[in-house]
Design a protein. Sequence first.
Length: 460
Amino acid sequence: MSDTKPARASWSGKWAFILAAAASAVGLGNLWRFPYLAAKYGGGTFLLVYVVLVFTFGVSLLLLEIALGRYTGQSAIGAFKAFGKKYAFIGIFASAIPFIITCYYCVIGGWVAKYAASYIAGASSQIAGAPADFFTGFITSPVESFIWMYLFMAAVMLVVGLGVKKGIEKSNLVMMPLLILLAVGIAVFTLTMPGALDGAAYYLVPDFSKLAPETFIAALGQMFFSMSLAMGIMITYGSYVDKQTSLTASAGRIAGFDIGVSLLAGLTIVPGAFVALGSAEAVAENSGPSLMFVILPTVFDQMGGMGAIIGLLFFVLVLFAALTSAISLAETMVSIIMDGARWSRKKAIIAVTVFLFAVGTVVNLGYNGFSFLEPLGAGSSILDLFDFVSNSVMMPIAALMTCIFVGWVVKPRDLELEIKRSSKFVAEKAWVAIIKYIAPVLIVIILVAYVAAQFGFFSM
Ligand code: PFF
């Protein structure tokens, strides 16, 4: 089918594709979200559940999206439409998700940029002196927090505007290896702190008495977000892959990259928090979105002279990861508008910039001017609402529709052949079983559970 389509942009090689997909996947999800979820849901227990889910369910969905992209030679909307106009709505639904995520992703990107800049300016002990006040003071600031968000957005849109094809591939080649190096170095350094190994034990050794439905639910939601699944990105990226590149090996490597960085981030942050707070219980209690911004500065401070440098390197690392992911999100929005509205790239970039600026401003206002709005209950913010709607509601629905579509409507046969064009497919039967039966059932469970938890039927 794709052979009859007009020539399409393509990656310059197998590794360019793997790096670009990994750069999209590795982001705030790995460095900011994964460690606090691991700390909250029982350390080693969460880790085990997560690893199993990624290498069964996650890799299968990733393979499905890449194969669907390469088979149809189209990005999300076109890929579904290729099987009939009436299926385009699945692609449209999935394509709406980056429009929600990017707006709040840039708000957090602004926080990270502020922290990186503060550490560069030598403010590490000032932050560590009153970390909670520093964080709250900053995110609620009526001017400064907006400026950092706009700066982050400007950097993202600048790269997208420069033409991401060459820009992305080249910058990934520099940023990704550096990112891995920094992550390993900081983990090793943190683990040499007195008491850190006890924290590492909590993080690594599963305690099966902690296994609860919430562990699975949280792990599954995290997996979608972290692997950039169920929002059309991997379909688009797959459509640029040549017919010789092994899809199975690529999916395995992308997942390996993603989970590797999550594991390392957890191995740095959970033991670090353990040192600062003294016990597993305290770590679990204090873990939440502010773990990175409030607890970590204290940990860096306890490292003595090296702390200011380690803190600086750490926030630069997080900034790199956030930028590469945000660039992939913004690029996806641009290509959706270009495909959907038949606009030029320039016009699409202007539209995305205006949209991000406007909606990002509203999300950020949730921490000051609009802080009276608590859409998900006391203490919640507009950002929490955006996160909930995209991650917990829309992504599972998009993944469910994709699995049912491939598993039951068009049947997996064509995609199996597509995968086998470029490699052996040893796990073919297991893959089909996951797509047709296991994934849809699991997704329905998380969807119902997430929504139930949100309305207070049980706590997560
Ligand atoms: N996977 C990214 C992360 O873990 O931070 C977030 C993300 C990037 C989600 C790109 C979706 C996406 F399309």
